[in-house]
Design a protein around this ligand. Structure first.
Ligand SMILES: *[C@@H]1O[C@H](CO)[C@@H](O)[C@H](O)[C@H]1NC(C)=O
Ligand SMILES: *[C@@H]1O[C@H](CO)[C@@H](O)[C@H](O)[C@H]1NC(C)=O
Length: 395
């Protein structure tokens, strides 16, 4: 399954939430495009993340067009890390202070340095005997497992097992993140480590065994600003409509559910296929015929240099809605969400979609931030279902 999103960092493991609140200008993609490094980056993009908490919530900062990070701490005294919240993987890992590779320090040229975790400086750290290795499309994070205190927002997991990475793939070294925080189901947890959410639930720290994610709207990458919010233990009723439509999960691995069909303009295709909600992906992954239809309907053209579909930025608000049908309900995604201005220049914007070659099992649709911006996603662990609600945006 992981091979699907090779283009994006982790097919299904993605990462990405860095909270650098003061950093709100510029686009990583645009920077890479200008530096001629976008293709390398393509192998790694995945994106967004958010984080926040139980009572009250902590704002997510939108780092780039598609990266949102959340701050956690590990150890005693607490050592900070900015991690990507990823519903398509289920492990937490941070970087070992003993790793001094370029990737572990932040690749020179990326403009990022890494916050690393020094287990020797935590009085509560217990080193395990097992190793871990998680493969992403463009590289691997590997090292050993250990257990320590984890704090996220106002919540504490007293004994969380997690990875301490002593090896990082190069692309991971170029992204503004110190680790990945998996929010997927235990069944996809590498080494069968119990994920943080399951520990929070079993330790009865949450009002309800669920979390919800809201991602704020971006019109232009350069606008920066807040990124979104993750709410543990409750539906985010401030940023999302109270009306939540739920659909039962078809698999408790990824956040996977049946997609009934898709329509755009005068194209419609009703055929039930599997979909996942992936906070680690910025874009949409779609079956090839669906992507082709969207390209036709929007008159997008393929850019061979950047390996993306582009279209005129002036159509950003006037293209037809991309309507997903899930559980008998229609979910229209507006073009303002699926067209991104990444600073390509010449008035060209990007169709934030990729062809997803389903290999016969697993999901055919990967719904990343493009979808989650339009609809808050409620990840209901207790009832094994996922819910969608209209997201509120200030513009
Ligand atoms: C997250 O951590 C970074 C690095 O320590 C810090 O600069 C930033 O202010 C933090 N952001 C939030 C929202 O706490
Ligand atoms: C922590 O201690 C171990 C054992 O002495 C050592 O191998 C490792 O390099 C130390 N880590 C750091 C970051 O100093």
């Amino acid at each position: 399954m992981r091979l699907v999103f090779l283009l994006f960092l982790v097919p299904f493991c993605s990462a990405a939430v860095l909270q650098l609140p003061t950093k709100s200008t510029g686009s990583l993609r645009a920077k890479l495009i200008q530096a001629g490094k976008y293709q390398e980056f393509l192998a790694s993009q995945h994106a967004a993340r958010l984080q926040q908490l139980n009572t009250g919530s902590q704002p997510l900062i939108d780092y780039y067009d598609d990266m949102y990070l959340a701050n956690i701490t590990v150890g005693t005294p607490p050592q900070p890390a900015s991690v990507v919240l990823d519903t398509a993987s289920a492990n937490l890992w941070v970087i070992d202070a003993a790793c001094n590779s370029q990737a572990c320090n932040g690749n020179p040229g990326s403009g990022y340095t890494k916050q690393k975790f020094n287990p020797n400086k935590s009085s509560t750290f217990v080193k395990g005997t097992r190793r871990f290795s998680i493969q992403y499309g463009s590289g691997t994070s590997s090292g050993y497992l250990g257990t320590d205190v984890l704090q996220l927002g106002g919540l504490t997991v007293k004994a969380q097992e997690f990875g301490v990475a002593t090896n990082l793939g190069s692309v991971l070294g170029s992204e503004p993140m110190d680790g990945i925080f998996g929010l997927g189901w235990p069944a996809i947890s590498v080494d069968q480590v119990t994920p943080p959410m399951q520990n929070l639930i079993s330790q009865k720290q949450l009002d309800a065994p669920l979390f919800s994610i809201w991602v704020d709207r971006k019109l232009q990458v350069s606008q920066g600003g807040t990124g979104g919010l993750i709410t543990y233990g409750a539906v985010d009723t401030k940023n999302c409509d109270a009306q939540v439509n739920y659909v039962a999960l078809s698999s408790k691995t990824y956040w996977q559910f049946p997609m009934d069909g898709v329509a755009i303009g005068n194209y419609a295709m009703m055929k039930q296929e599997q979909a996942i909600s992936d906070t680690g992906s910025a874009w949409l992954g779609l079956p090839n015929p669906v992507l082709n239809a969207i390209v036709q309907q929007t008159k997008a053209t393929y850019d061979w240099n950047y390996e993306i579909y582009t279209l005129d930025c002036s159509t950003m608000q006037t293209q037809p809605d991309l309507v997903f049908t899930i559980g008998g309900m229609q979910y229209p995604v507006k073009s303002i969400e699926y067209i991104l201005d990444l600073g390509l220049g010449n008035g060209r914007c990007v169709l934030a979609m990729l062809s997803y070659s389903n290999t016969g099992f697993g999901p055919s649709y990967v719904l990343g931030h493009v979808f989650i911006r339009q609809f808050c996603n409620v990840y209901d662990i207790g009832n094994a279902r996922i819910g969608f609600a209209n997201a509120h945006h200030s513009f």
